[in-house]
Design a binder for this molecule. Structure first.
Ligand code: EPZ
Length: 436
């Protein structure tokens, strides 16, 4: 809603939480949204055979991307309980992505690399996504140009054309370790004759997951997950069967929920190695994290308040920016002052106005830093999700608020969290949906 109001009569979906319950039990962590969207885009590179991706999260971003692949000419079908997707991209023929799908979700832009590599041309509208910063795509375009493509921006779309001789390998330095740019360049380079070296590549586990899929499809690629990735172009790729990695951001969000309620929660399927920075930060905050068979146990301490700390969100292996918002909610109840800095996005603190409605005392400098003065408890109120992780942060805060909190515009949350209400209720939270 434009006016930023709480929209009691807005007719939108909302999540209602009655705070004060200590979360206990086991929660199954699903497949990574940010890996899944990349793997689905990567499946477009297969000229033959089916690519079957398992552990796919059932969220709206995946449905949007599946629709986009169908519109480009791929055969796409969800199987089983919807956590498996089968893609046959041999029929890929459309190089133009429809604007109504790309504007809904930034990751739609990840089809640029595969479509350009397969068809020699691609026209992709400038991406949409959460309003957390400029979210430029210049590094994506720098990569495509380095691989030999002619890239222009026309009528709000990026138009990329490979030379008649096709793309060719190149040395590419990324000024920022951009996750999306690394992924788009990796995918385009798999079919570009010669060697491509990506310097200062993003090291996120999601990037490694994509690189591992591409290798399974026949790509000659090494170094994925490190700062330097080597790719030697091959003639063609084939389908493969591959599992999406567990969602470290969903895991971190539930870790924040356990921490803020002083709970005892096992994050089933979560990988300790993906969460090191997060778990170290939790230890500084007085919350214990241990590697247990099949997951990670988060043990809060209901008797004592969270300890304040300095939290700096940065590219992997640093603390993930997507958990900056939920963790700021936890630090808002700490016994002292914390400093939160986001080095990845220039304006990922917009949600603080909503957090303040619950009583938080946070002062942001309008840019990359916020000073968080802890208070003993939140008090429930009506608040509005401004983006995906802001919605998650408000739900985390509501779990520890006196009384009822209504979080509006939770369609943002549905984009990235499968069944968050059911999963939190399974841990003992008093939470439900409320539709007009
Ligand atoms: C991916 O976005 C994730 N999205 C984001 O998660 C995540 O926050 C981000 O990586 C960082 O980890 C998906 O994977 C679908 P970036 P991406 O390119 O690739 C600037 C969520 O909540 N930049 O690493 O778009 C950009 O403006 C979402 O799940 C350029 O300047 O992130 C931003 O400030 C939110 N030029 C910074 O780099 C470029 O060409 C990081 O962007 C590209 C990026």
């Amino acid at each position: 809603m434009e006016n930023g109001g709480t929209g009691e009569n807005s007719g939108d979906k909302r999540i209602v939480v009655r705070g004060g319950q200590r979360l206990c039990g086991t929660v199954a962590i699903g497949g990574s949204k940010n890996a899944a969207v990349a793997l689905i885009a990567g499946a477009l590179l297969a000229a033959s055979g089916d690519t079957v991706l398992t552990n796919i999260p059932r969220i709206s971003d995946i449905e949007t991307l599946a629709e986009l692949l169908s519109r480009l000419g791929a055969k796409v079908a969800f199987e089983g309980d919807g956590h498996t997707i089968r893609i046959n991209a041999s029929g890929l023929h459309e190089h133009k992505a429809p604007v109504e799908l790309v504007e809904r979700m930034r990751a739609s832009f990840w089809v640029l690399g595969p479509v350009l590599a397969r068809l020699g041309k691609a026209i992709i509208p400038q991406p949409g996504g959460c309003h957390i910063g400029a979210r430029a795509v210049d590094l994506h375009l720098k990569g495509m140009t380095a691989l030999g493509a002619t890239v222009t921006a026309e009528h709000g779309a990026i138009c990329a054309y490979a030379p008649k001789s096709g793309l060719s390998g190149a040395n590419i330095y990324l000024d920022l370790p951009s996750v999306g740019a690394t992924m788009n360049i990796m995918m385009a380079a798999t079919l570009a004759p010669g060697e491509t070296v990506i310097q200062n590549a993003a090291q996120e586990p999601d990037v490694q997951n994509l690189g591992d899929l591409l290798a399974t499809m026949g790509a000659d690629i090494t170094g994925q997950g490190t700062g330097t990735i080597f790719i030697r172009g091959v003639e063609s790729l084939h389908g493969a069967t591959f599992a999406v990695m567990p969602d470290r951001i969903e895991a971190g969000t539930f870790a924040a929920a356990a921490a803020i309620t002083g709970g005892d929660v096992v994050l089933e399927n979560a990988r300790f190695a993906d969460l090191r920075a997060v778990l170290f930060k939790l230890a500084e905050m007085g919350v214990e994290a241990t590697d247990v068979p099949g997951g990670v146990r988060i043990l809060g301490n209901p008797g004592t308040r969270i300890k304040p700390t300095r939290l700096t969100a940065m590219p992997h292996p640093g603390f993930p920016t997507d958990l900056q918002q939920p963790f700021t909610s936890v630090l808002a109840l700490a016994d002292g002052v914390s400093i939160v800095t986001d080095t990845v996005y220039e304006s990922r603190f917009n949600y603080l106005t909503e957090l303040a409605k619950l009583g938080a005392q946070v002062v942001a400098d309008g840019g990359r830093q916020a000073v968080v003065t802890g208070i003993p408890r939140f008090s429930g109120a009506a608040v509005r999700a401004t983006d995906l992780r802001a919605g998650a942060a408000l739900i985390v805060a509501a779990l520890a608020a006196d009384g009822e909190t209504r979080v509006y515009d939770t369609f943002h949350v549905e984009r990235g969290y499968e069944n968050i209400v059911g999963k939190l209720r399974g841990l003992g939270a008093h939470i439900g949906r409320e539709d007009d």
